[in-house]
Every structure is written in structure tokens, then in C-alpha cells.
Design a protein. Structure first.
Length: 196
């Protein structure tokens, strides 16, 4: 039970710390890119992909035209569109590849990553920095030293800190977009799926 409590506290601390590195002008730019896009495509691999799908759903609830990359109903991306690529490392091949294709087609590339200097970060027009322990850090040469000193990063295995912080972060972006678009929770509810 102690491990579970410590794990929850580690995850919550990472989410709380996200507030410390929020830059208002960067978030404003990110949100404006979303609002001016004709279509918004979201992509992420694995659990980052689940965060991407959750965000796409909320964008749809806002009345925006949103698609998940790889779904059979996703249309072609064009220059008036944007893609939001989620990758903690910024090096996930499928995500970087999708961003490159989008960039080549003239669309705007937005990213959510822990590493803005990564391959994905270099492709972006705008990015949100979400710090978290990504899979890259698991093999870090200082792993044993951290364990000896009681810094049990395994309480947030692999990309857990990044993925959950991203999910919370993007939900907070939705709240800001609701305000900018003058949308109420009732407006969102009216667009919620009924064929379930």
C-alpha cells in the first residue's frame, strides 16, 4: 500500500510542477493555432495516443473538426490544417514521420513533448513543454545511483508521468478554449456521443 501511495504522490507532484513551467504566450500561441486550423489532427503512440484521442474527443465536443491520425475516417491533411503530435521523447518514429508528412504538405505542426530539442521539436511551429520521466530515462546511467539514494523513479514507470501530465494539461487547454469560444458545458454535452 505504501508503494501505491508514493506512486500517486509522485504522479500528482509531477502534475503540480507542470504549473511552474507554463508560459502564457506559448500556450496562447498553441491555442490560437488550434482555433485557426480548418482541421485538427492528433497523434501519439501507445499511452500518449490515448491522451491524444481524449483530446481529440474534447475538440470535437467544442465543435472543432478533429481527427485521430490512423483512424479510417481521417481525411488528407492540408495547409490550413494542423497536427498535434504527442511524444515525450520527441523521437517516436511514427509520430515524427506523421509530423514530417504534415509539414511537407504545408500544415502547421504542434507538439507536446518533454524534449523540444528533439527531432519532433525541431519540426514544430509551436510546442508545449510537458516534463515527465520518459522511456529514455529508464536506461539512464544514473539509475542505480538514484535507487541507492531512495529516488524510486519506478514509482512512475516508463512514460507515466508524461502521459498523465499531458492528459491533465490538455484538459486544462480545453477549459481555456471553452472560454475563448464562449462554449458552456451544456454546449459540449449536446455534441457528446449518443450512439453508445
Amino acid at each position: 500500500m505504501d508503494i501505491m501511495k508514493d506512486s500517486i504522490n509522485a504522479i500528482l507532484k509531477n502534475i503540480e510542477n507542470a504549473v511552474d513551467y507554463l508560459e502564457e504566450d506559448v500556450i496562447e500561441d498553441f491555442e490560437n493555432e488550434i482555433l485557426k486550423a480548418e482541421n485538427i489532427f492528433v497523434t501519439g503512440a501507445g499511452r500518449s495516443g490515448l491522451a491524444a484521442k481524449a483530446f481529440a474527443m474534447r475538440l470535437m465536443h467544442l465543435g472543432l473538426s478533429a481527427y485521430v491520425v490512423g483512424e479510417t475516417i481521417s481525411p488528407a491533411i492540408h495547409k490550413n490544417d494542423c497536427i498535434i503530435a504527442i511524444s515525450g521523447s520527441g523521437e517516436t518514429n511514427t509520430i515524427v514521420s506523421a509530423a514530417k508528412i504534415a509539414k511537407d504538405r504545408g500544415s502547421r505542426v504542434l507538439a507536446v513533448t518533454s524534449y523540444p530539442e528533439s527531432t519532433l521539436g525541431q519540426l514544430t511551429d509551436s510546442y508545449l513543454l510537458v516534463k515527465g520521466r520518459t522511456k529514455q530515462e529508464v536506461d539512464d546511467e544514473n539509475y542505480m545511483k538514484r535507487q541507492i539514494h531512495g529516488n524510486y523513479t519506478s514509482l512512475t514507470p516508463l512514460g507515466t508521468a508524461f502521459e498523465l501530465t499531458t492528459l491533465v494539461f490538455l484538459d486544462a487547454i480545453v477549459s481555456e478554449l471553452m472560454d475563448k469560444m464562449q462554449q458552456t458545458e451544456n454546449d459540449l454535452r449536446n455534441r457528446h456521443a449518443v450512439l453508445e
